[in-house]
Design a binder for this molecule. Sequence first.
Ligand code: SF4
Length: 357
Amino acid sequence: MSAEPTAGRATVFALGRQALEAHCRDLGASPRWAGVLRRRLLAGEPPALPARLAAGLRERVAFSSLGVLAREPTADGAEKLLLRLVDGETIEAVRLPGTRHASACLSTQVGCAMACRFCASGLAGLRRNLAAGELLDQVALLNGSGLGEVGASRVRRLVLMGSGEPTQNLGAIAEALGVLAEEGGIGPRHVILSTVGPPSAIARLQALGLKLTLALSFHALERELRGALVPTQAHVEPLQLLEAADAYAAANGRPYQLEVVLLGGLNDGVEQARALGAALRGRRVHVSLIAWNEVPGQPFRRPEPERAEAYLASLRAAGCSAALRRTVGGDRHAACGQLRGARGLPTGPTAPHDLAP
Ligand code: SF4
């Protein structure tokens, strides 16, 4: 496990391309090496700079803002990284395998203010937003973590579903996506942003015109139940959220996703599925069902498989496009709603490698 201390130096992606070009010139090298370095870092590849330039740059610039405290491979081929930020905070990011390309699940904030009752990431509240450079460094590390493995594939898809409510950090996300489209080979069409709302947050995202796919973290059509599960959104009428997502999908030219975390005995009933199916009729939406992943200490239970299947069948019978998402990474708490940054764990070389809370 490695951790590259920045030792007070600016990092490559915090610095920006022009400043990096100026450093290259200053060191007697062509400024084009700045672009080479940035692309190679995003691809998770060794920098491969001329030796003198590499040595000179390393004295001035850190190549990553993130230290890897622990790598947690899961039985299903995912890998969760516990990462230390320069201010000592910790986040997690997950590499998810795919048949042709890998996906990267990024955190967008340290902690989260939304306090969804079923989610580990919001347990300790919001600590701070992540900077664009910290988002890009997550991509670089997740890409690099697959290098050298048999059958490893490049990260070509991003899901902004780690810790944090992405619509509270849209400036940094827009900046990072601009860099990834230009230098990282990942266009906004291959990015999914998950939000719990409110409708005004979806409108702000739409106004940015980023063209990424929206995933609405929905969970319940009943206002009272949704408010109990996502207390910071208790004032929001779920149907208004759907309308905001409809408007986003119309502007974006592609359907949105509706995420429903199924909690045993709470929101996994067939009647609830029928009501949701009726509400979604005529909307451009795909429903993604996620059987809740156990988080120790939380008062929920995973739905029985037959109830989850019956819920799915009811939605489909109502004419909805829907699927029960395969849980990846659940054996190491790397799945949706289980990232928590492992705050409080000791940092440095003695950090424990078992992140299970
Ligand atoms: S589910 Fe998402 S929005 Fe809700 S607390 Fe977790 S990270 Fe935050």
